[in-house]
Structures are given as C-alpha cells and as structure tokens.
Design a protein around this ligand. Structure first.
Ligand code: HEM
Length: 127
C-alpha cells in the first residue's frame, strides 16, 4: 500500500485555495509588488504544481518544467531577507484563511521557512 504524505492530508482543494489566498496577499504586499508580474495566474498555477510535489504528491511541477532548482529560478529576482519575511507572512495569513492548522501546518510552514531562507540572494541594504 502507499505511504500517507502531507499532500494526502491537506488535499488538492485546500492546497488550491491556499495558493489563491497567498497570491491575493502577495499582489497587495508593498514589499512584494515590485518583483511580481501584475498577472499572477501563471505563477499561481506553477506554485500549485510545485507545492503538490513539495508535499509528497504527484510530480506535477517537474513533469511540466523539469528539475525545480528553485534557487536558480529565483536568481533573476532580488530576494532580500525583508522580502522572504513578507512572503512567509502572506503564507501564514493564507494558512489562517483556509484554516490549515495543527502539526501538518507547523511542519509545512517550517519547511517553507527553510526554503524561503534558501531563496535569499540579495542583502536588505541594496533596496
Ligand atoms: C516564482 C518571488 C519564495 C516557489 C517566483 C517569482 C518571484 C518569486 C518574483 C517569479 C514570478 C514570475 O515573474 O513569474 C519569491 C520571493 C520569495 C519566494 C520574494 C521569498 C523568499 C518561494 C518559495 C517557494 C517559491 C519559498 C516554494 C516553496 C516559486 C515557484 C515559482 C516562483 C514554484 C514559479 C517558478 C517557475 O517559473 O517555474 N517567486 N519567491 N518561491 N516561486 Fe518564488
């Protein structure tokens, strides 16, 4: 039988709502607006694919886009510690909105904290 992964617990519907709630906030966050495109449809679609596989679900992102190499894909964008903090605050608020809580939320969020830190490529002082 198959092992239960976080994706099975969270589910496709909640994950999709989470990503929509997240980008709703990204689009309105003063620290994030400058680096994101106006139309977030495509990045939200890719994020749903990425988080599905990040949580142990089907490899939707890699199937369509190849190796995630997330740090490399973020290099064209100035990701400062301040922006990583803003990203995580949008995600935390989105998790509140979709009522994702308990240990599944804690585990998911702490992995996102590590991933966000890994994405930082520019010091705060340059902006
Ligand atoms: C793409 C910002 C962290 C997953 C992007 C883009 C920006 C961005 C500006 C490109 C949007 C576009 O023009 O299409 C940030 C910032 C972060 C951050 C400021 C703060 C640390 C993360 C984290 C993850 C992630 C932690 C995953 C857990 C993605 C994905 C894409 C993306 C999947 C689409 C990549 C593609 O084009 O295939 N991000 N990001 N990002 N980000 Fe982030």
């Amino acid at each position: 039988e198959k092992r239960t992964v976080p994706y099975d617990i969270i589910g496709e519907e909640t994950l999709s709502k989470l990503v929509d709630a997240f980008y709703y906030r990204v689009a309105r966050h003063p620290d994030l607006i400058p680096i994101f495109p106006e139309d977030l449809t495509e990045v939200a679609r890719k994020q749903k694919q990425f988080l599905t596989q990040f949580l142990g679900g089907p490899t939707l992102y890699s199937d369509e886009h190849g190796h995630p190499m997330m740090r490399a894909r973020h290099l064209p964008h100035e990701i400062t510690p301040k922006r990583a903090k803003a990203w995580l605050s949008c995600m935390s608020a989105a998790m509140d909105e979709v009522k994702l809580d308990g240990s599944i939320r804690e585990q998911f969020f702490s992995r996102l904290v590590l991933t966000a830190q890994h994405m930082v490529n520019t010091p705060d002082t340059t902006i």
